[in-house]
Design a binder for this molecule. Structure first.
Ligand SMILES: Cc1cc2nc3c(=O)[nH]c(=O)nc-3n(C[C@H](O)[C@H](O)[C@H](O)COP(=O)(O)OP(=O)(O)OC[C@H]3O[C@@H](n4cnc5c(N)ncnc54)[C@H](O)[C@@H]3O)c2cc1C
Length: 415
């Protein structure tokens, strides 16, 4: 079959890879000049299958209220006159109910574990290199109450097949000695030894290169204007400016936060809204490299993740509900840098720190939308929110199975 994938972020490129592996003739259409130039550009770098949980949960509501109006808040709701934003916000509140948390966690955990297996298999088969570190993820807390909550949750996750090891303060320091110099207290943490980290941008670029070598066509600098349909089928997509029409037998929407905008005229509605996040990337001198962490870290109190990418350190996180504005806000980047300085006082940046902002394609319950639509040859692979790289390989592979008329190798509530 001729399949067109719309979007060359990490989700579009993994979809294209697995579709090509399934024997399809694949074309990827992307408005940027290269793959992974938008949300997949400078994320937190974690493959956090052992921590794949929704942000929507009962305990998050009092925190959001406490943070309201604070420019450097980990979660910031900037109210806009936007029905889509309000609808998303209300659905997020609904997903915070305890019964929903359990159901959403089960969906996410299953897909995340499958996805990590797919990534490991892909890496072993192709030798793809992306500054990968297989040293696990340590989720640490500076406060006894947060630690007790993490411990309670670790027990629940164990029942879903996710090995989370509870670590005392001393055990955290032994796992990641760079934390010994932290100027903020660390009381304990939860360690997921099978989790990984690496550079999602590099991964996507390398995978696109391998896909190209195996016959996938990439149309960069090509902005999709509209998806056209007739009856129950998509007939083609039109390209902005040139008016060119691209035809195929099947189409996959992997447009990240922009997916709902192109699908709305087809009367396909989806609860995907941009959840803005920030990252900073610190270049390390050879002396700093020895002192910098190499276990990927999650700081519970500040909701940031820290990953080592070769001779750089990436700090990423925070969430801001502010529409499609992707401008970098220096206050929010500085708050990530301030926290990294507190944790690793020796890591005073010797060169310029890169600031970045990206729009996570978020659903209110964190569960992505993968599978069929009301149009028989239009498929979705979008809405991966905070976990796009963690879920990408499993989502791409399952999507390729669905397009091929096969049953995916994972139980998940597909569309
Ligand atoms: C600060 C931050 C930290 C994060 N940390 C992690 C992490 O540690 N681990 C993890 O798993 N996930 C993380 N994520 C989430 C992850 O980065 C995203 O879920 C993932 O990148 C989404 O990929 P995507 O392919 O769906 O979207 P994108 O990467 O945005 O790709 C969509 C593509 O569609 C293209 N496009 C859009 N409109 C058009 C059009 N009209 N025509 C043609 N092309 C178009 C865009 O140019 C883009 O390339 C983080 C996100 C942020 C913001």
């Amino acid at each position: 079959m001729r399949v067109v994938v719309l979007g060359a972020g990490v989700v579009g490129v993994t979809s294209a890879w697995y579709l090509a592996q399934a024997g399809h003739e694949v074309t990827v259409v992307e408005r940027q000049a290269q793959p992974a130039m938008e949300t997949s550009f400078a994320n937190g770098g974690q493959i956090s299958a052992g921590h794949a949980e929704p942000w929507a949960r009962p305990g998050v509501l009092p925190k959001i209220l406490r943070w309201l109006g604070r420019e450097d808040a980990p979660f910031l709701f900037r109210l806009r006159f936007s029905p889509a934003q309000w609808e998303w916000g209300l659905r997020f509140l609904f997903e915070c109910m305890p019964g929903r948390l359990e159901r959403n966690t089960r969906e996410l955990a299953g897909l995340a574990l499958y996805s990590r297996d797919c990534l490991v298999e892909l890496r072993e088969r192709t030798g793809i290199e992306y500054q990968s570190l297989q040293r696990g993820i340590l989720h640490f807390c500076g406060d006894e109450r947060d630690f007790a909550e993490l411990a309670r949750h670790a027990e629940a996750m164990r029942k879903l097949g996710i090995a989370r090891e509870l670590k005392s303060r001393e055990e955290c320091m032994a796992l990641e000695p760079a934390l010994r110099r932290s100027s903020v207290p660390i009381v304990g943490g939860v360690y997921t030894p099978q989790d990984e980290s690496g550079d999602a941008h590099l991964f996507t670029q390398q995978l696109a290169r391998m896909a190209l070598a195996r016959g996938v066509t990439f149309r960069y600098g090509t902005t999709v204007q509209a998806i056209e349909s007739k009856g129950e089928r998509v007939t083609g997509v039109t390209v902005r400016d040139s008016g060119e029409r691209i035809e195929a037998d099947a189409f996959v929407v992997a447009l990240g936060s922009y997916s709902p905008l192109l699908c709305a005229p087809l009367r396909i509605r989806m609860p995907v809204y941009p959840l803005k996040g920030y990252s900073i990337t610190i270049p390390l001198t050879p002396e700093q490299e020895a002192a910098a962490p190499s276990v990927s870290l999650t700081d519970e109190a500040h909701k940031i993740v820290i990953s080592r990418l070769g001779n750089r350190l990436r700090g990423a996180g925070t969430a801001e509900l502010t529409g499609y504005d992707d401008a970098v806000n220096a206050v929010r980047c500085e708050s990530i840098l301030r926290r990294i300085r507190q944790l690793f006082p020796d890591l005073v940046p010797a060169a310029e720190v890169e600031h970045w902002a990206g729009l996570r394609p978020a659903t209110p319950n964190n569960v992505p939308l993968i599978g069929a639509t009301r149009l028989r040859n239009l498929f979705l692979n979008t809405g991966h929110g905070t976990l796009g790289w963690t879920l990408a390989c499993g989502s791409g592979r399952a999507l390729a199975d669905i397009v091929s008329g096969q049953r995916p190798g994972i139980g998940f509530k597909f569309q």
